[in-house]
Design a binder for this molecule. Structure first.
Ligand SMILES: [Zn+2]
Ligand SMILES: [Zn+2]
Length: 203
């Protein structure tokens, strides 16, 4: 395989034969690819047709150029003076491809948009102390209850009625450090309030 040693001068003007010993035509050019010499093409003139083959198709160079018959079947054939047309076997391939690309893009965007709905439903419990404190809530509407020390009772401002808080919850409600009464959680500000001292208390 004399691949690298082929030069323009050594092949141009020679007759090219296939390995089946058929005359293909006369070598008229060597299109040298400087970036990748393996892509260099040998050009054979056959009547009005130019046949382009990669130099790797050359089996031998001597008084003639011997071309591998299999490579010849896939050769690029150019009508002299016309634009390039590929050999029949290669011509069918490129037309099929572009239709695939457009389909999957719309499906991907719709599924992504639907996802983030869950966090909204969570109750507003995060400002509550990280300790074991519990906010007494109305069993009817879930609002934070207000403790009125004067009446020693828990009141739901939304339902407008007094609510009994179970002892296990009550034991975990923070107390005012100044007067010892239960504190009320004010959801709007995320703070605890003493309705006896009428002030917010850090717990
Ligand atoms: Zn309520
Ligand atoms: Zn107080």
């Amino acid at each position: 395989m004399p691949g690298k040693s082929i030069t323009r001068g050594s092949v141009i003007g020679l007759n090219a034969y296939s390995t089946e010993a058929k005359l293909i035509g006369k070598v008229t050019d060597l299109e040298i690819d400087l970036a990748d010499p393996r892509n260099t093409m040998i050009v054979i003139e056959k009547g009005t047709e130019l046949i382009k083959l990669p130099v790797s198709a050359i089996k031998a160079v001597g008084d003639i150029v011997l071309i591998e018959s299999e490579a010849l079947a896939n050769a690029v054939r150019v009508e002299k003076g016309a634009t390039e047309t590929r050999a029949e076997t290669a011509a069918q391939q490129p037309a099929v491809q572009p239709s695939k690309a457009s389909a999957p893009t719309s499906a991907a965007t719709t599924t992504a948009a639907a996802a983030p709905t869950t966090p909204v439903t969570q109750p507003v419990t995060q400002p509550a102390p990280a300790t074991q404190y519990v906010i007494p809530r109305c069993p009817n509407c879930g609002s934070a209850l207000i403790y009125y020390p004067k009446y020693r009772a828990w009141y739901c401002p939304k339902c407008r009625k007094y609510v009994t808080v179970p002892p296990d919850v009550l034991s975990r409600v923070p107390r005012c450090p100044y007067c010892g009464n239960y504190l009320s959680y004010i959801e709007q500000y995320g703070k605890w309030y003493c309705y006896n001292c009428n002030r917010y208390v850090e717990v």
